[in-house]
Structure formats: C-alpha cells, structure tokens
Write a protein that binds this ligand. Structure first.
Ligand code: UDP
Length: 347
C-alpha cells in the first residue's frame, strides 16, 4: 500500500493486483450510487407506490395485494356487475336470459399463420361457449380453404367472411377495427342481437354462459386486475387519440374479448377505427396497438358489464389467480413460457 501511495514503480503482479483493487472500488461506488438512485426514484411515484414497495418491494407484493382487492370486486363504482362465473349473481344472470330468445355472434380474425389455431378454438367453443344457445361464428379470414368444415348442431353455424391478405400484424392491427365495423354494418347487424370479438389464439376450458351478456361488455386484463391505476399501460403520448391523462381510467381491459349488443359493438369498432385512422395519418400508432384505443373508448363509454379475468387468463407470474379459468390465451401463455416448456403446453 505504501508503494501504491508513493507511486514507486511496481512489478507486473503488483500492477494486476492494484488494477483489480481499483476496479473493485469502482464497482462498489457504482452499486452504492445505483441503490441511492432507486430510493430517490420511488419518491417520484404516486402515493400508493411507496406503501406497496415498502411492504415487500416490486411486483410480487403488488400482485398479492391485487389478488385481495380483486376478491371483493363484484360491482364497479358505476354499478356495472363484475362477472365471476360461479357466483350467485351469475346464476341470476343466466336465469334471466333463460327466458329470452336471441342470437349471438362471435367474430374471430384468422389471417396468415393464425389458421393453425382455428380448429382448437372452434372445438373448445363448441364445448363451452353459450351451450344450447343460437350462435353464429364469423370467421374473418384471408384463406377460406383453411376454415374447417365442421358439422355444428342446430342453431349454431359458421360463416366465413373473406378479407384481403395482410402480411403482418402491424398492418392487421391498424385495419381490424374498420373491417369489423364494415362487417357489422354490411351483414352481422341483421343476423344477431349480441356480438363478441375474440382473438383466435385462445381456448375455452370451462363454461362461458349467458352471464357474459350485456349492452357493452369488456374484460379485465389478468395482469392489471386489482393493480393500482398508475401501473396500467394506457397510451401516454398526448398526440395520440388513445391518450389517457393521469388520473383518468378505472380498469385496464384486454382486447382478447369484448362485446355486447350489436349496435354497441358497431359504435365501439367505428370509434376505434376513427382513432386509429387519425393516428395513422399523423404517423403514430399506440403502444398497445388496438388495446390502447379500446381502453380509451371504454373510458369514454364505460362498459355495462365487466368480465373478470376468468374470461381471459394465461399462466404467468404477473397474472391474477382466478377461482375458475374459463378462457385461456394460448398465444400469450406460450409467449410467457421458456422455450423448453412450450411443447408440454402444446404451443
Ligand atoms: N391475427 C391474425 N393474423 C396475424 C396476427 C393476428 O389472424 O398475423 C389475429 C388473431 O385472431 C390473433 C389476434 O389477431 O389472435 C391478435 O393477435 P396476437 O394474438 O398476435 O396479438 P396479442 O394478443 O399477442 O397482442
């Protein structure tokens, strides 16, 4: 050390040791600086954040608190029911609809390689989606030959609708709402009373009955249900039509499943397609694609029926545990798995 201080010339071995000592000091000061920076950063978040982080730090504790909060979520602040399939409320809703006659449409887009999911989707829907009710499946596809020829029971039918080939998701996500609005206007509105829209890379794994019907229906995103508002991935760019200001919003909804009365879904699809068009003309596209515009719309027009994450679920450390999984997103599930586990989950 004395040598180090008086800078006397040193041997090769001593030079290496000194270099290591110097690097260790540098790393230690970097680490201390990083810790202090983190502490300061926590203070910038809204009031709820320090409370959550001081209890355990980071997402897992927030997740645990979210689970507790979600357990008691049966009605929204604007008195819309939050639907959990096995509740007394859902029994009552199924009972109410059992006296009515109506037809429900289910729209899925099946473009390009997504045709691989269609058979699994259809087979599971026939087991669990509104069993015994009148259902029309609208398959919006660029490849009519990829639509399987399934024999469905009376009252249930499949209607493929041809859409132009779209080579990539970026383009499809810009045009899907406008194609949906067009299809509703041209034919669907004359054929069904209720309409739901789903991603095709999903599977029904349990009963999804008439408890899901309502005027305007949205589904809670399983990763954000029960989480504080500031964690929601709303669009933050003020230039966007999807922009959500600080403090605005109630829930974060998934685009994997939404629906309602045909006229309501048409209004939603039309408004979202206008938002998307305006943004595209300005050279902008929201961070979460369609989901951002859907969430903006659902802040303006609050849903009259909110489905719990039982109706849109996948297994990941960030998703809320639910009493019964009813619809599982195969795509999002597979994306959250390590490559070696994907085969076991039929990815
Ligand atoms: N989709 C499609 N072809 C594509 C991309 C998407 O048909 O090339 C449809 C399909 O119904 C899919 C949905 O759009 O389920 C949403 O796409 P994706 O699941 O990739 O989006 P994510 O839900 O992961 O954001």
């Amino acid at each position: 050390m004395a040598r180090f201080l008086n800078c006397a010339p040193s041997s090769g071995l001593e030079r290496v040791t000194r270099r290591r000592l110097f690097l260790a000091c540098l790393a230690l000061s970097g680490f201390i600086y990083f810790l202090r920076g983190r502490k300061a950063g926590v203070g910038n978040k809204p009031a709820i954040s320090p409370l959550l982080e001081s209890q355990a730090g980071g997402i897992p504790k927030e997740r645990e608190l979210a689970e507790r909060a979600a357990q008691y979520l049966n009605v929204t602040s604007w008195q819309a029911p939050v639907v959990w399939g096995d509740s007394a409320l859902s029994d009552r809703r199924r009972e109410d609809f059992s006296y009515q006659t109506f037809k429900t449409g289910l729209v899925v887009f099946v473009v390009g390689r997504y045709s691989q999911y269609l058979l699994r989707f259809m087979a599971s829907a026939e087991s669990y989606f509104l069993p015994g009710e009148n259902v029309v499946y609208y398959i919006m596809t660029d490849n009519l030959r990829a639509v399987p020829d399934l024999q469905l029971p009376e009252g249930r039918e499949m209607k493929p609708i041809h859409v132009a080939e779209m080579p990539e998701w970026g383009r499809l996500s810009r045009i899907r709402m406008s194609l949906l609005a067009g299809a509703i206007k041209d034919r669907i509105q004359r054929e069904v009373e209720y309409l739901f829209c789903m991603d095709v890379d999903q599977e029904f794994v349990n009963l999804v009955g008439t408890e899901i019907l309502g005027d305007l229906v949205a589904t809670l995103h399983p990763e954000y249900c029960g989480m504080p508002l500031y964690t929601f991935p709303y669009e933050k760019a003020e230039v966007s039509q999807a922009f959500v200001d600080e403090g605005e919003g109630d829930f974060y909804y998934t685009s994997e499943l939404y629906g309602g009365l045909c006229a309501e879904v048409y209004a939603l699809a039309r408004a979202c397609s206008h938002f998307i068009l305006q943004d595209s003309e300005a050279g902008f596209h929201a961070l979460q694609y369609e989901e951002s515009y859907l969430n903006r719309y659902l802040i303006n027009q609050r849903p009259t029926c909110v489905l719990s994450p039982e109706y849109s679920w996948w297994d990941s450390p960030r998703t809320l545990e639910v009493p019964v999984q009813r619809i599982v997103s195969v795509g999002r599930q597979c994306a959250s798995l390590e490559p070696q586990k994907r085969a076991a989950r039929r990815c």
